[in-house]
Design a protein around this ligand. Structure first.
Ligand SMILES: Nc1ncnc2c1ncn2[C@@H]1O[C@H](COP(=O)(O)OP(=O)(O)OP(=O)(O)O)[C@@H](O)[C@H]1O
Ligand SMILES: [Mg+2]
Length: 381
């Protein structure tokens, strides 16, 4: 970033796949598609650059950053320290450039190997208002990730609406987590025991959900809920949580352990106001820098009356929405009536396409349209 770095492409970085870009690309760079960001500090406004580095750090998936410059403001240094970063001070030799670049790439490679060995990802989905589509989106995320993983026990969908969850019914499956049996077993829970409470849905996809029980929330302790998640994250590559909208004693801890938090809204004024409030409440209760992602569900043409446009919705939300999911009542209704994900019963639905777009973006998979010439696709995420 910064035209002054262009000569490096013909010098020490010759042969690398390079893209020159502005600050807006820096904030959204992810290590799955970008190996390293090289930034000429002197060619950017310090505050804007600091803000971009902060946004990058908040993503939790930042590529390493090499800053080139002699006089770095303190705020910028502080932002860089939250990232895997190094500083190259001009004048520098070709060898110094290579040394700094390879030092960062080696460190990032070592970290990625360690992460691949131990971590799974956890995404939580919560509706801003009743019926916004949280359960539908949680199911589609889970089904899509399972289909892509194509191996057993890749994804666990957990319905934390303990009293009256809908995920099992939507999937045409029986909920197997009876709390009368689960409660006493919670303390000695391990992956093998957890398996007894899951319902297999499809290759790679298991469901953890409770049968209806009006007293369920009173029957299970916070420790037991957190233990379920801990074991599930050890046993599965992906854990998708269908979160209840109302605050429970364990809500913030569950969300604090989630890699992504989706607040699902529809395009009505009350839902957008509720989404803005809920996103703010969640963020206020979590460590600084954790951001929720607002997904606008059931985008339709305006033929059904005065609905806000995406731009109007973002003004009401006072932030950018992560994505919009098209409306397709036929596909949604057919799937819940047949029992199963929309991606199974109506694979061509726009809902499936839009959900895939969100997943691709978050996992850093480049779609052919977004791939620029000279970009090198990395191993699939
Ligand atoms: N994009 C969509 N297009 C059309 N219908 C949809 C879409 N998303 C969800 N639906 C339908 O809207 C209804 C509500 O969806 P869903 O149950 O997923 O919402 P929810 O937020 O989980 O609700 P609750 O507050 O009851 O938990 C369902 O009938 C579902 O099939
Ligand atoms: Mg629901």
């Amino acid at each position: 970033m910064g035209p002054g770095l262009a000569p490096l492409a013909r010098g020490p970085l010759f042969g690398a796949a390079l893209e020159s870009a502005g600050l807006e690309r820096l904030a959204e760079a992810r290590r799955a598609s970008v190996d390293l960001a090289l930034v000429d500090v002197e060619e950017h406004e310090p505050q804007a650059l600091t803000a971009a580095l902060d946004a990058l750090a908040a993503s939790g998936q930042a590529p390493p950053v090499l800053l080139v410059g002699a006089r770095l403001p303190a705020g910028l240094v502080r932002a860089a320290m939250r990232l895997q970063s190094d500083v190259l001070e001009p004048p520098y030799s070709d060898d110094q450039v290579r040394e700094a670049v390879f030092g960062l790439l080696d460190a990032a490679g070592a970290e990625a190997t360690a992460a691949a060995e131990s971590t799974s990802r956890c995404w939580s989905v919560v509706g801003a208002v009743g019926g916004a589509g949280a359960t539908t989106l949680a199911i589609e995320f889970a089904a899509l990730l399972a289909a892509r993983a194509n191996r057993d026990h890749a994804v666990c969908l957990i319905d934390l609406h303990l009293a009256d969850g809908a995920a099992a019914a939507y999937l045409g499956a029986a909920a197997a987590m009876g709390l009368a049996e689960f409660g006493p077993a919670a303390e000695r829970m391990d992956a093998a025991l957890l398996a007894a409470f899951t319902t297999p849905i499809a290759k790679g996809l298991d469901l953890l959900a409770c049968p209806r029980d009006p007293l369920a929330f009173e029957q299970i302790s916070k420790d037991a809920v957190l233990r379920i998640l801990e074991i599930a994250c050890e046993a599965y590559e992906f854990v998708i949580i269908d979160m209840p909208r109302h605050r429970r004693p364990w809500t913030l801890e569950v969300l604090a352990g989630s890699d992504e938090i989706f607040v699902v809204s529809e395009l009505t004024v009350p839902a957008l106001l509720a989404a803005r409030a809920l996103a703010g409440e969640i963020e206020a209760g979590l460590p600084v820098g954790v951001r929720t992602r607002i997904v606008l569900n059931r985008l339709a043409s305006r033929m059904f009356g005065p609905a806000p446009s995406m731009a109007e919705a973002e003004r009401a939300l006072e932030r950018k929405a992560e994505a919009g999911i098209s409306s397709d009542w036929e596909a949604a209704a057919a799937s819940v009536n047949l029992g199963g994900p929309i991606s199974q019963h109506r694979p061509k639905s726009k809902i499936v396409r839009d959900v895939a777009g969100v997943v691709d973006r978050l996992l850093g998979v480049q779609t052919p349209a977004a791939r620029r010439s000279g970009w090198r696709p990395r191993r699939a995420a």
